[in-house]
Design a protein around this ligand. Structure first.
Ligand code: NDP
Length: 449
């Protein structure tokens, strides 16, 4: 990772899609403020992603400073020690250089005192750097319950007087349509949409991003991408470990679905892509849903004995427009399954030719990343998304109306699940999930190959 090639050459392989986009060049003194710096996400994802960007030269020693903020009583060294073990893949020299750029400020999330102190630290650094247009990036690695108060504090005490201020917020953005809209409204009063970056790390993944290139920039696929040629599409997120459920993945696969089903954007520029992503979809029918819960899920003492929470869901969505009429989109996601993968499968219609010797045989075009790109380091989604934020590229973040559209699709179903109108079927951990899900896929046209 710390190897010889220059940041510029690495950059080109890093972000294939943004390469041709005319993004403003972003330079100058950069403050990254990690709020909730004492927590799990910060230590496992945020700081390591910043470290990788630093080690590869995407953010540079002379221009960056990182501030950790949380309530815990830590010193600068205390925070450094806490995260050190998670910063891997570069030389010891890079590591100690990076750690020296980190400072810790302690304070609460809802009182001015801590944020005034934070602002003072940031301003002093900016002054010492003598930059004319400094940049401030706030990363909320915090439970969503404190987003509104933290955003209010940033707005009141920590806005950048000369350059930009951007705020990254982490999933979950609400738990249904109403709560998501309430959170959006609260944040919307404080920041413009172009200052807010809602992270869904699935959207930062190379696989998902390349869907756009495969679909629209590939002359072979573009004319085929419609109901005349495609029989069905499956979007699958399988995880082999178990945790809590409650719809965490419904919104997630909602976004990926939007990417697959969207119309061709005017160009691959971020705003054009985001404009085309939002689509209207028919309500989900109960007979086109299979929910599952792995056996043992209720052994967790925090889970009620009668919990109906799904840890697996297979749902058929139908888009009523000229392109997709009659093509089922089968979305499948689950925990504690036999394997771990994220996959989009497109099954084309059979082309049957007349005559005895013209039988065609179905074959698969397999673009699995693991198989094709064995020696290429695929950047972590978080690295890419932080870099995109610094560059002001919002295409891989979730816009407020997209968030609303995704929740609109799934909220009625979530309500029915809560009211016990759709039941979760038990399945064995380490299996493929309930067999009813395979039966549903077959019923709507999917052919096991
Ligand atoms: P933590 O529970 O570790 O919380 C982060 C920090 O926030 C804590 O260190 C604590 O800092 C402070 N905090 C915790 N609970 C509260 C509270 N009730 N009120 C005020 N402050 C609190 O969360 P994570 O780091 O795991 O997650 C942060 C966000 O990222 C969440 O929204 C989560 O859903 C999301 N996320 C997490 C992932 C992960 O891998 N962990 C993956 C994807 C998303 P202190 O007490 O020092 O102030």
């Amino acid at each position: 990772m710390s190897g010889g090639s220059s940041p510029r050459s690495r950059r080109s392989s890093f972000n294939s899609l943004s390469r041709d986009l005319e993004l403003p060049s972003e330079q100058g003194c950069l403050s990254v403020i990690v709020l909730g710096a004492s927590g799990d996400l910060a230590k496992k994802k945020t700081f390591p992603a910043l470290f990788h960007l630093f080690a590869q030269g995407f953010i540079q020693s002379g221009e960056v400073h990182i501030f950790g903020y949380a309530r815990s009583n830590l010193s600068d060294d205390g925070l450094r020690e806490r995260i050190r073990g998670y910063l891997k893949g570069a030389s010891e020299e890079h590591l100690s250089d990076f750690l020296q750029h980190i400072k810790y400020v302690s304070g609460s999330y809802d009182s001015g005192e801590g944020f005034e102190k934070l602002n003072k630290e940031i301003s002093e650094y900016e002054k010492s750097n003598k930059s004319e247009s400094p940049r401030r990036l706030f990363y909320l690695a915090l439970p969503p319950s404190v987003y509104p108060s933290v955003c209010k504090m940033i707005r009141t005490y920590c806005m950048n007087p000369s350059g930009w201020t951007r705020v990254i917020v982490e999933k979950p953005f609400g738990k249904d349509l109403d709560s998501a809209e309430e959170l959006s409204a609260q944040l919307g009063e404080l920041f413009d949409e172009n200052q807010l970056y809602r992270i869904d790390h699935y959207l930062g993944k190379e696989l998902v991003q390349n869907l756009l290139v495969l679909r629209f920039a590939n002359r072979l696929f573009l004319p085929l991408w419609n109901r005349d040629n495609i029989d069905n599409i499956q979007i699958v997120f399988r995880e082999d470990f178990g945790t809590d459920g409650r719809g965490g993945y419904f919104d997630q696969y909602g976004y990926v679905f939007c990417l697959v089903a969207m119309e061709k954007p005017v160009s691959l520029k971020p705003e054009h892509i985001r404009d085309e992503k939002v689509k209207s979809v028919n309500p989900i029918k109960h007979d086109e849903v299979v929910l599952g819960q792995y056996e043992g899920y209720k052994d967790d003492p925090t889970v009620p004995d009668d919990s109906n929470t799904p840890t697996f869901a297979s749902v058929v969505l139908r888009v009523h427009n000229e392109r997709w009429e009659g093509v089922p989109f089968i979305l499948k996601a689950g925990k504690a399954l036999s394997s771990r993968k994220a996959e989009v499968r497109v099954q084309f219609k059979d082309v049957k030719k007349p005559g005895l010797e013209m039988a065609t045989e179905q074959s698969e075009l397999d673009l699995s990343y693991g198989m094709r790109y064995q020696n290429v380091k695929i950047p972590e989604a978080y690295e890419r998304l932080i870099l995109d934020t610094i560059r002001g590229d919002q295409q891989h973040f979730v816009r407020r109306d997209e968030l609303k559209a995704a929740w609109q699709i799934f909220t009625p179903l979530l309500r029915d699940i809560d009211e016990g109108k759709v039941k979760s079927i038990p399945y064995q951990p380490g299996s493929r999930g309930p067999k009813e899900a395979d039966e549903l896929s077959e019923r709507v046209g999917y052919m096991q190959t």
